[in-house]
Design a protein around this ligand. Structure first.
Ligand code: S3P
Length: 430
């Protein structure tokens, strides 16, 4: 359980770094490669613990996967190439691995068992297991199939027309992955559009996907064809340095290779609305995903209200947006974000309790939080609670506090950004 001490940054953050690969896209590249026919080669893969869990699960399902740092080769043999695993599939801390793999396994004619860590054991799976059972899969687990360990016997699934109560890419993706293996048409309707990496990447692998407003449909019995994938940097990782660059005095930093998929750029909208000095350059499209370099400098910020359809576009960035709000003049209100309660931790509770410890004026609400931007943060001993994004948000807060901040269980950061402190030190040293 590693404590890390993060010092306030006095000289500013300067220079440029290349943001590591997108976590959501890395998971999908491995999974889709594993069920495709032929070889898939991946460049820019995120070697974070979550994505390594996906590789390890698909190896246990009999797929040949070769992984070295940000390069991965996957030799898929189609849907039927997956084999009944001898071992339990351990997803570690990864909700994306759990839910998307459930969608794959729901239509495979064999038995498998999924477990994860203590955080995964608390996260609701019925949002996925209920529609997958409706499609015909047999899934059981604790709390009537809501909690891991889960046991799956798939096969003979039929298409479904499903309306999800939550805007969740994991729910949408799981149902679509079962749907393209099943008889008939599968449609998923969601209240707001969630990240659409599954739809984009399925198309890249040769699957026909139909989109109509907030509804996505696929025809059953479709095969994927292996290909080369280049993964852009993760805007959710860039977000920590976007906020740090905006709030640390005397800063001017450039973040290269950041994925700019419009379903993920809520953080950009928020920074611009708050008055941040942010510019985009080198905009291009990589495998159907837009990418850009982002330059941000110390900014004078004003509070805003964040809610509605913006929430799914920045859900993972809310911990660090709360830090940003502590440095903005006025009252920032974050609402419609109940989903924060079922992330790696209850992020309404963990953000509020830990930011309070370092002196922020912040209160939890039923569906979000309210932050008064006082600009003053102090040294303290805080917890990550094993949640990577809480750990990194606290490290960014430490950069503008008056005394060092000690972060417990900082090793959790390796889940999504193993080189976070190396990159922070690079920006400090220039
Ligand atoms: C993800 C979807 C989001 C996000 C998570 C990654 C994905 O979760 O919070 O970090 O890769 O599909 P939900 O689908 O639960 O909203």
């Amino acid at each position: 359980m590693a404590d890390v001490v993060v010092e306030p940054v006095r000289q500013g953050l300067n220079g440029d770094i290349t943001i590591p690969g997108d976590k959501s896209i890395s998971h999908r590249a491995v999974m889709f490669g594993a069920v495709a026919n032929g070889r898939t080669t991946i460049e820019g893969f995120l070697p974070g613990e979550d994505c390594i869990s996906t590789i390890s699960c698909f190896k246990k399902l009999g797929v040949a996967i070769d992984h070295e740092q940000d390069r991965v080769t996957v030799d898929g043999n189609g849907w039927d190439g997956l084999q009944e695993p001898v071992e339990i599939l351990d997803v570690g801390n990864s909700g994306t691995t759990t839910r998307l793999m459930l969608g794959v396994l729901a239509a495979r004619p064999f038995h498998s068992v999924i477990i994860g860590d203590q955080s995964i054991a608390k996260r609701p799976m019925s949002r996925v297991t209920v529609p997958l059972r409706d499609m015909g899969a047999s899934i059981d687990g604790r709390a009537e199939g809501n909690l891991t360990p889960l046991s799956i016997r798939g096969g003979n699934t039929k298409g479904i027309s499903y309306t999800s109560k939550v805007a969740s890419a994991q729910v949408k993706s799981a149902i679509l992955l079962a749907g393209i293996q099943s008889e008939g048409i599968t449609s998923v309707h969601e209240p707001f559009i969630s990240r659409d990496h599954t739809e984009r990447m399925l198309e890249a692998f040769g699957v026909e996907v139909e989109r109509d407003g907030n509804t996505v449909s696929v025809r059953g019995k479709q095969e994927l064809t292996g290909r080369h994938i280049v993964i852009p940097g993760d805007i959710s990782s860039a977000a920590f340095f976007l906020v740090a660059g905006a709030i640390v005095p005397n800063s001017n930093i450039t973040l290269r290779n950041v994925g700019m998929n419009p379903t993920r750029t809520g953080i950009i909208d928020v920074l611009l609305a708050m008055g941040a000095d942010l510019t985009l350059s080198n905009q291009q499209v990589l495998n159907g995903e837009p990418v850009a370099d982002l330059t941000i400098a110390t900014s004078s910020l004003k509070a805003i209200e964040i809610g509605g359809e913006l929430i799914p576009r920045l859900i993972d960035e809310i911990p660090v947006i709360a830090v940003l709000a502590t440095q903005a003049s006025g009252k920032t209100v974050i609402k419609d974000a109940e989903e924060l309660k079922v992330k790696e931790t209850n992020r309404i509770d963990t953000v509020v309790s830990e930011l309070k410890k370092i002196g922020a004026s912040i209160e939890a609400t039923e569906d979000g939080m309210i932050i008064n931007g006082t600009g003053c943060l102090q040294g303290a001993h805080v917890q990550s609670f094993g949640d990577h994004r809480i750990g990194m948000a606290m490290a960014v807060a430490a950069c503008v506090s008056d005394q060092p901040v000690t972060i417990a269980e900082s090793e959790a950061i390796a889940v999504s950004y193993p080189t976070f402190f190396t990159d922070l030190n690079t920006l400090k040293s220039l």
